[in-house]
Design a binder for this molecule. Structure first.
Ligand code: GLN
Length: 285
């Protein structure tokens, strides 16, 4: 039996993460990893914090802390992340769903006048499936088509549909953007890669060393996907249908200009909880 208590192990783990540069996240991440190592829910773990931690759990916890100290994302270590009300599986093949992206979900939902309507949704470059699945979870009679150019990403998205009991209402298509898709939709959503290529090397190690470049790299100015996405919106949105695309915090003006150039004069920006421009939304006449 280890001489350390669970609490002491937690403290040591958090200290190691702080040294690794995790700052304010160190404590919460260490807790999450201790839950994972113990396979206990937070409440049960709290109840036994003063008890000695068995050797096997201590070793497992140390191994998880070492991975996080090497700046592997928490979502990759635990294998999942919460997004909207869903629990989503995450691997190296998909962008980890971020709270910022809930802005896209909220904006799309706000455009829907009847949540029970049989809406058709298209999610271009779906990755983990986060946006499409969150929308389906709120729109009980909607159906979605979700595309991705990565077969490995689609495998994760399929698993997420099954995990959230939504497989029956979503179809996955392996294709570039919306190539080959030719039915009209009520809602078109996308979180494309939008980081400028040169900026990627300046991002946190969790992002630049562990997340797929394919899901991040938006070309020289980060805006390369948008003209094509707006053109696809003209082609695929029904009259009165709404499009919502995620954008970078500093891309609002450029995104509006691109929307207007594509004929979406009613395009508007939406902010995330941090107060940054995060989505461009528009309606097809
Ligand atoms: N928001 C993500 C980041 O800043 C990037 C998402 C994207 O390119 N679609 O890391």
């Amino acid at each position: 039996m280890n001489a350390l208590s669970w609490r002491e192990a937690l403290r040591a783990g958090a200290a190691r993460l702080r040294e690794a540069g995790l700052g304010d996240d160190a404590e919460a991440d260490a807790r999450r990893l201790l839950e994972s190592a113990s396979r206990l829910e937070a409440a049960s773990l709290i109840a036994q914090l003063n008890a000695p931690i068995p050797d096997q759990e201590a070793a497992h916890f140390d191994a998880l802390i070492a991975r996080r100290a090497a700046r592997e994302p928490l979502s990759h270590i635990t294998g999942s992340v919460g997004f909207w009300t869903l629990d989503l599986r995450v691997t190296r093949d998909v962008l980890t769903p971020r709270a910022d992206t809930e802005t896209v979900v909220e904006t799309a939902l706000a455009s829907v006048s009847d949540r029970n309507a049989p809406l058709a949704i298209l999610d271009i470059a779906t990755g983990s499936g986060a946006i499409a699945l969150a929308l389906l979870s709120e729109l009980p009679n909607a159906r979605a088509v979700a595309t991705d150019v990565s077969a490995a990403a689609l495998a994760v998205a399929r698993e997420n549909a099954a995990r959230n009991a939504l497989s029956g209402r979503i179809e996955f298509i392996e294709t570039s953007w919306a190539d080959g898709v030719d039915v009209p939709f009520d809602l078109l959503v996308s979180n494309p890669p939008y980081i400028a290529s040169a900026v990627i090397e300046t991002l946190e190690p969790e992002v630049k060393d562990f997340e797929p470049r394919l899901a991040l790299d938006g070309g020289p100015d980060g805006l390369v996907p948008y003209p094509h996405l707006f053109a696809e919106a003209r082609r695929l949105l029904k009259s009165g249908g709404t499009g919502v695309f995620e954008i970078g915090y500093d891309q609002g003006e450029a995104a509006l200009a691109l929307a207007q150039a594509a004929g979406f004069e009613n395009a508007m920006l939406r902010r995330d909880l941090g107060g940054n421009d995060r989505a461009v939304a528009f309606t097809r006449d």
